[in-house]
Design a protein around this ligand. Structure first.
Ligand SMILES: C[S@@+](CC[C@H](N)C(=O)[O-])C[C@H]1O[C@@H](n2cnc3c(N)ncnc32)[C@H](O)[C@@H]1O
Length: 236
């Protein structure tokens, strides 16, 4: 197994054992998308969806398969996940595209002529530093159609919590409760999050989003004060 496969199989085990509450998150995400689709005007064209950091679609594929979308673009920095995502989704009634790209580069690029109706990102934006998260929020609005929606699922810090304190409590959580992972898999996750994760302070990022014209609504909060789902809609 190469480095990528080892990392990815560890993540799959985290998801399969629901260690990051993906099941509850997936239920909340499904309800949000279905509610938003149901509220669209009758006769509106099929919604165009973009999924930033789509991964292998292990959890979202069954949801996507039943949605009456107009199109779906799965975008990820890591090329090897894209064929896995396509295989997990299988044939659907709408056109799909798969793209290897950095999500911030996507936000920075000129919007395509057809704007996005539904923007989704799960557990990817916390890899950006705070400055880039705010930049992302400002820039991605330009890609959204009127009436569009951003669903942001991620890990967040508690208000005022330092990154080091967040990392320390997440490491405690892994060491004391993530028994389905082998010790070396636990260490892999700990090394990754200690090095790369930079979750937003939940209050600070909400203020920053509101400052650049988003209305922020928390849809779901996990039991561990880390995983959460926010719905953002443009104010103007
Ligand atoms: C933890 S996985 C989550 C995958 C999937 N969204 C889910 O919820 O199961 C994070 C994914 O985001 C991708 N990713 C991380 N940083 C990214 C970036 N800057 N641009 C695009 N994708 C990124 C990773 O390659 C990985 O596939």
């Amino acid at each position: 197994m190469d480095f990528f496969d080892r990392q990815w199989s560890t993540y799959r085990r985290v998801v399969d054992h629901d260690l990051m509450e993906h099941q509850a998150l997936s239920t909340a995400t499904t309800a949000a998308i279905e509610g938003w689709l149901a509220a669209r005007p009758a006769g509106a064209p099929g919604a165009r969806m973009v999924d930033l950091g789509c991964g292998d679609l292990g959890l979202l594929a069954p949801v996507l398969r039943h949605l009456p979308l107009g199109s779906y673009l799965g975008l990820d920095l890591s090329a090897p996940v894209l064929p896995r995502a396509a295989a997990a989704l299988g044939p659907v009634s709408y056109p799909c595209q798969w793209r290897e790209q950095d999500l911030l580069a996507w936000a920075e690029a000129e919007p395509e002529p057809e704007p996005v109706d539904l923007l989704h990102s799960a557990f990817a934006l916390h890899h950006l530093n705070d400055e880039n998260k705010s930049k992302f929020l400002e820039l991605c609005r330009r890609h959204l159609a009127p009436g569009g929606l951003l669903l942001w699922a991620d890990v967040f810090r508690e208000p005022g919590e330092a990154r080091a304190a967040y990392v320390a409590r997440y490491v405690d959580r892994i060491r004391s409760g993530w028994n389905p992972l082998e010790p070396e898999q636990q260490q892999q996750v700990i090394d990754h999050l200690s090095q790369f994760d930079d979750p937003a302070d939940r209050e600070a990022i909400q203020r920053s989003a509101e400052d650049c014209g988003w209305r922020w609504h928390w849809l779901w909060q996990g039991a561990h004060h880390a995983e959460a789902l926010a719905m953002l809609t443009p104010i103007r």
